[in-house]
Design a protein around this ligand. Sequence first.
Ligand code: SF4
Length: 339
Amino acid sequence: MTETILNVENLHVSFKTQTGEVTAVRGVDFSLKKGETLAIVGESGSGKSVTAKSIMRLLPKHNTVIPEGSISYEGKNVLTMSDREIQGIRGSNISMVFQDPMTSLNPTMKIGKQIMEGLKKHQKLTKSEARQRALEMLELVGIPNPEDRLDAYPHQFSGGMRQRVVIAMALACNPKVLIADEPTTALDVTIQAQILDLMKDLQEKTGTAIVLITHDLGVVANMADRVAVMYAGKIVEQGTLDEIFYSPQHPYTLGLLQSMPKLHAKRTDPLVPIPGTPPDLATLGTGCAFAARCPYTMKVCHHFDPVETTVESNHTVSCWLQDERTPKEQRPVAVGGVR
Ligand code: SF4
């Protein structure tokens, strides 16, 4: 059995604001096995980036509250680690790639030096060993003339090349987990495909497990082994790539899939956007957070939050339609072909 490397259990994250506390993540559970890719998908504001940053302990200390939950990396709770312990893990065991490469790069420092810094700190390499490894990493991510490029500054690279440098930096210390938060969103389609291929290729070579945060189901289809669908701070459905794409059980998942352009669609095939907008988390009431946008809403949905139901082995869904306590005659229509 493949070893679980990261385990997130019942994670709640709130932010203190001037008008009170806002809960951005509401009881998230998932695990990640060695070498696998878990995609966390959802619209912006669904809590996926907050979840990712919690794993790295990158949320601002002054206004973040984590009242419940645990994040365990190789059996140790990241949330209770000392600052020193987490700094030791960040970059060497768990690395992160953001949407904007300039978030990770220092514009005033040559990129070779930036890659070498992590290697000297975490792997205790000498200067010449670190330079050699930085060179190898640039070669690995496909930077032309890597020897010369080591001495270039970030602004001397194109957007796609900068993201390659960030990936080189993130993978230089052979991390066991890579968290990629919308890594290709800012890039054009051709470069996006190249970066995704690069990540898959590097994953095969290094065995790094990836948590991929994205709103793009095309990227998910290309990369993921398993998928967690987030809405209003909760994972509403989780399963294998095939389960989510071919047998979606949650109306929100179905809505996301229907709003996605299909590869072989005719130009006349309409895309069906999900009506409405995600709820304001500051004023979230009782019941299912998707109720106002859901075409299948029942009375119970407005009063009680649905609990998680197991559809099949590791395929779970939080929706009253799939809860056995909901009488079948009350379920308005089938979702994903189940009923
Ligand atoms: Fe729709 Fe009700 Fe399911 Fe929420 S619980 S997704 S409102 S059917």
